[in-house]
Design a protein around this ligand. Structure first.
Ligand code: AMP
Length: 490
């Protein structure tokens, strides 16, 4: 099976029903099938061959989605670029992926053989022949390259295949969205190039429309969610915090069944308020570019007060282990690295055989680089990224654990914990927090003191207006650390 087959079948089964809605524009299932066929033909007519990479720099919207799936039908490999990144980052990715074509809105970040502007798309589509565009490729051939967040080192591209994409759709349908039907509605409030994009196909195959909000704000989200009676959505934790700060949220008449979130740790105080205001709709997903969005999930009914810091249980068809540095499989309570295996994982890193060999074991187990532990009930608790671990006086301190303790203070809404160089201890623990009401650093430290062993307690705490985050909402601890080091030198 190919991705195009899913689109073709949805076109036949759901015909004139709305498949995509963006502001005033509505595209039916049959139209979406036809548009992607035509654009697929047009791309091939520009001299591109199956397997060529095509970088796509388009804002959140219908045209971007049409481009994505036209590429799949034409056997071309999609390289999505995040509009919120800089021109240098885009240029690097175009070069690293060896893209032969670039489809872009705005200024081009690079020049490659085939350049197509967003403005040219309507004419390209209008002039292309009708009929199926169906370049069939091996299920293990690259379908798309996803660049990882890049919070450390140069971004690497993860190679995802048709097999991994189909597995991701299946995982979502089994565990996250088991009740999808034609009157379900997905609201994309986050960039479709990232987490939210994974919700597109599951809804499409079940005849449910995908509604796109081109730019997130709590107001825009609430308006669209009420107008279209949205049943599913995806947010990163920062968006949830923003939504809950808006007083209109509690009063809104929403039809949400699933508010999926993930991609970064969430503050338990935010999550609890969210449940109080929006009800039992929260579904957490833990995944990564290398194992797209499906390692573990925490279901709405599992969001009990004692579990809010957990990332949930493995998806039904995904294997998960916690292993020691020596490679022993660990049981409940023991801290180690999280590994996962399943058809949804990446096949390799693009042009980085050494990184691939370090990450994927010969028997398919993938090292996530996340540190975690199981609890007695089989729930996974994530402690941290392997390389963010602070070593103070020979003890490992997991910043996440310290951040969680800080986040239990009612005034704290965001926290970043880092290790600063220290003559005596090697590293010492330092924190920056964002507060929603007045609070004194000493009082916050005092509050969390009994939740943390002495060596884990921050030696200093600063209140910042915001914590620097990456374009996809991950807190950039490295930047927090750099700022603190620079301030100490000044
Ligand atoms: P990326 O590959 O850029 O999507 O980043 C994936 C990383 O984000 C994971 O390896 C985790 O460190 C973190 N992450 C993803 N989902 C969660 C979650 N639900 N809770 C905590 N951290 C998460």
């Amino acid at each position: 099976m190919q991705i195009g087959d899913l689109i073709r079948r949805a076109g036949k089964q759901f015909g004139s029903a709305p498949a995509l809605i963006d502001g005033g524009r509505v595209v039916s299932f049959a139209e979406f099938d036809a548009l992607t066929d035509r654009l697929g033909h047009a791309l091939l007519a520009r001299g591109l061959d199956a397997g060529d990479r095509v970088a796509v720099l388009m804002p959140n919207g219908i045209d971007g989605v049409v481009v994505y799936y036209a590429l799949a039908k034409a056997g071309l490999v999609r390289v999505p670029l995040n509009v919120r990144e800089t021109v240098h980052e885009h240029a690097y990715k175009v070069e690293d992926s060896q893209a032969r074509a670039l489809v872009y809105a705005g200024d081009p970040p690079a020049h490659v053989e085939v350049m197509i502007t967003a403005d040219q798309l309507p004419d390209l589509i209008a002039d292309a022949p009708d009929g199926p565009c169906d370049v069939r490729r091996d299920q293990d051939a690259p379908l798309r390259l996803a660049y990882t967040g890049g919070t450390t080192g140069k971004p690497k591209a993860v190679v995802l295949t048709t097999r991994s994409e189909l597995a991701e759709v299946a995982n979502f349908l089994v565990d996250l969205l088991p009740n999808l039907r034609p009157d379900s509605v997905m609201l994309h409030a986050a960039p479709i190039t990232h987490g939210s994009g994974a919700f597109f196909l599951p809804h499409l195959v079940k005849g449910a429309p995908n509604v796109i909000v081109s730019k997130f704000s709590p107001g825009a989200f609430l308006k669209a969610a009420q107008k279209y009676r949205a049943t599913s959505t995806f947010m990163v934790p920062t968006m949830i915090a923003m939504l809950l700060e808006d007083t209109a949220t509690a009063a809104a008449d929403l039809a949400l069944e699933r508010l999926c979130y993930g991609g970064a740790p969430i503050a338990t105080s935010v999550l609890q308020r969210g449940i109080d205001i929006l009800g039992p709709v929260f579904t957490q997903l833990y995944g990564q570019a290398e194992a797209p969005l499906a390692i573990t999930c925490l279901q709405p009914w599992e969001h009990t007060p004692d579990r809010l810091t957990s990332a949930g249980k493995p998806y039904t068809f995904v294997e998960v282990q916690v292993r020691s540095t020596a490679g022993t499989v660990l049981g409940p309570g023991e801290v180690g690295e999280v590994l996962t295996r399943g058809p949804h994982t990446m096949s390799r890193y693009w042009r980085r055989p050494e990184a691939t060999a370090e990450t994927i074991e010969p028997d398919g187990w993938l090292h996530t680089g996340d540190i975690g532990r199981w609890d007695d009930d089989g729930y996974l608790h994530l402690l941290d990224r392997r390389h963010d671990v602070i070593i103070s006086g020979g003890f490992n301190v997991y910043p996440r654990e310290v951040e969680d303790a800080l986040l239990t203070h009612p005034a704290v809404i965001e926290a970043a914990v880092v290790g600063l160089p220290d003559d005596k201890w090697g590293e010492r623990v330092a924190a920056a927090v964002v507060t929603r009401s007045a609070a004194e650093p000493d009082e916050i430290l005092e509050f969390c003191a009994d939740r943390l062993a002495g060596f884990k307690r921050p030696r200093s705490l600063e209140i910042w207006p915001n914590i620097p985050t990456s374009p996809v909402g991950k807190s950039l601890r490295r930047e927090v650390r750099d700022r603190m080091v620079a301030a100490a030198r000044a």
